[in-house]
Design a protein around this ligand. Structure first.
Ligand code: ZN
Ligand code: ZN
Length: 439
């Protein structure tokens, strides 16, 4: 080297991140995209760049925490930043909100979820679909833009995502069958003015508001703001009396004084319901915007949808009544529900019910799994029929065009038509080709 020719160091990967504010992409999706674009298997990529030890996808690794606000998120943001030359990747996690959510547990959902309409609109507007950070926040159950419930299972193959990231994940596609998860239309299960739906919209809007805060405001977020808001609430809503404010919150005076002094911080669940109860936006609570109290109004307590309603330690459970309910559940004709769903319906912790009624619990779970399996089998059969008919059609077209149909060319044309074929189904393509040649 004579020093005249100098090749600048190159970065291994180049990325374009998507979205801002509440629409920002999540870090796991950025990682998935890097893998997809470079045709590298995700576990190998994670191992090579020391993102997550030897077995990055081992069970027990809470991969959802990559989007969170702990050391795992820090490490991934830093290392992915080095790989791509980007130093702003922590904004695709919850790290910027550590000041207020640092002590909150259960902030992120364990499973990958998505809004099919957002994915659809990304592509319709000429971009590529990507997965958003807000989809990973557990208390948010519906899309803040489209107000439809997030989904976690594929409508084509029925595969339910149980983790934030799967080994063969492709951004926006099902990890089971590889089909796109976007849809043009989605049914909404709720009437517009159903109070539970209004409440869910409030939560989704609240978190979107937090993620949409300008950077300068985010930097000033701290827990003292919450006690400031409590003090402002006492002087406006409670006419200066902590007791009166406590009554409005449904809390004891001692709890209120804990908040007031900042010694105790209300849980996220409590903050969400306070925000709803007084219609004071969540971002006002976190940033200490006390003027928001001027527009406050008192609403009925939220109900039904929040998990805090589940009684963890029932005081005097009526065991006979519970047994009757569970027996009905086993015997009834209507579609089976999962045990967790049944328990939620009874407002009991599933593990408590399982302890008390092991046989009934097993029967309920078994029935539900059986129905799931049946449904999956019938979807699979339906899909195979679709493969057969499309393959026959494609083969006919190829022959008409004077080409010799091969497994590869048939598969390519089928995936263009939105019917991707798995290796296990190749025999159907071969059958369609053989069938044609015989005639
Ligand atoms: Zn959406
Ligand atoms: Zn699928």
């Amino acid at each position: 080297m004579n020093g005249r020719f100098h090749i600048p160091p190159r970065l291994p990967f180049r990325i374009e991140t998507h979205g801002h504010g509440s629409q920002r992409q999540k870090l796991t999706d950025i990682f998935v995209q890097i893998g997809n674009q470079s045709f590298l298997p995700l576990p190998a990529l994670a191992r090579h760049y020391s993102l997550q030890g030897d077995k990055p996808f081992a069970t027990g690794n809470h991969l959802e925490q990559i989007n969170g606000l702990g050391s795992m998120a820090e490490r991934w943001a830093k290392n992915l930043g080095k790989m791509t030359g980007r130093h702003d990747l922590s904004r695709h996690t919850l790290l910027p909100f550590r000041g207020v959510f640092g002590r909150t547990t259960g902030l992120l959902t364990r499973r990958r979820r998505w809004c099919p309409l957002c994915l659809y609109e990304d592509v319709e507007s000429g971009g590529r679909s990507y997965e958003r950070l807000i989809w990973a926040i557990d208390v948010v159950q519906i899309c803040p833009i489209h107000h439809v419930a997030f989904e976690d299972s594929c409508r084509t193959c029925g595969k339910r995502c149980t983790r934030e990231m799967a080994i063969r994940q492709v951004s926006g596609l099902c990890e089971g069958c590889g089909r796109w998860l976007g849809r043009e239309e989605v049914d909404c299960d709720f009437e517009d003015d159903d109070p539970r739906y209004v409440f869910e919209r409030w939560i989704a809007g609240g978190f979107a508001g937090i993620l949409d805060m300008p950077d300068a405001e985010v930097e000033n977020l701290c827990l003292e703001n919450i006690s400031l808001m409590v003090r402002a609430g006492i002087s406006t809503v409670g006419d200066g009396k902590a007791v009166r404010f406590g009554v409005a919150c449904g809390k004891q005076k001692s709890v209120i004084s804990g908040w007031q002094s900042g010694q105790v911080v209300p849980s996220l669940q409590t903050m969400v319901s306070l925000s709803w109860r007084f219609s004071v936006p969540l971002n006002a609570w976190l940033s200490g915007r006390t003027q928001a109290w001027e527009d406050a109004s008192l609403r009925a307590s939220p109900f039904g949808m929040t998990r805090s309603n589940v009684r963890r330690s029932p005081r005097k459970p009526d065991l006979e009544k519970l047994r009757r309910h569970l027996t009905v559940e086993v015997e009834k004709k209507a579609p089976a529900r999962s045990f967790a769903e049944v328990a939620r319906g009874l407002s009991y912790d599933p593990s408590f019910l399982r302890r008390k009624f092991p046989t009934l619990a097993r029967a309920i779970s078994k029935r539900y799994t059986h129905e799931l399996l049946l449904a999956a089998a019938s979807r699979r059969q339906e899909y195979q029929e679709l493969i057969k008919s499309t393959a026959a059609e494609v083969v006919k077209l190829l022959v008409k065009a004077g080409k010799v149909p091969s497994r590869r060319s048939v598969e390519a044309m089928m995936s263009e038509r939105g019917v991707p074929v798995r290796r296990a189904d190749y025999h159907l393509l071969r059958a369609a080709i053989a069938n044609r040649q015989r005639r």
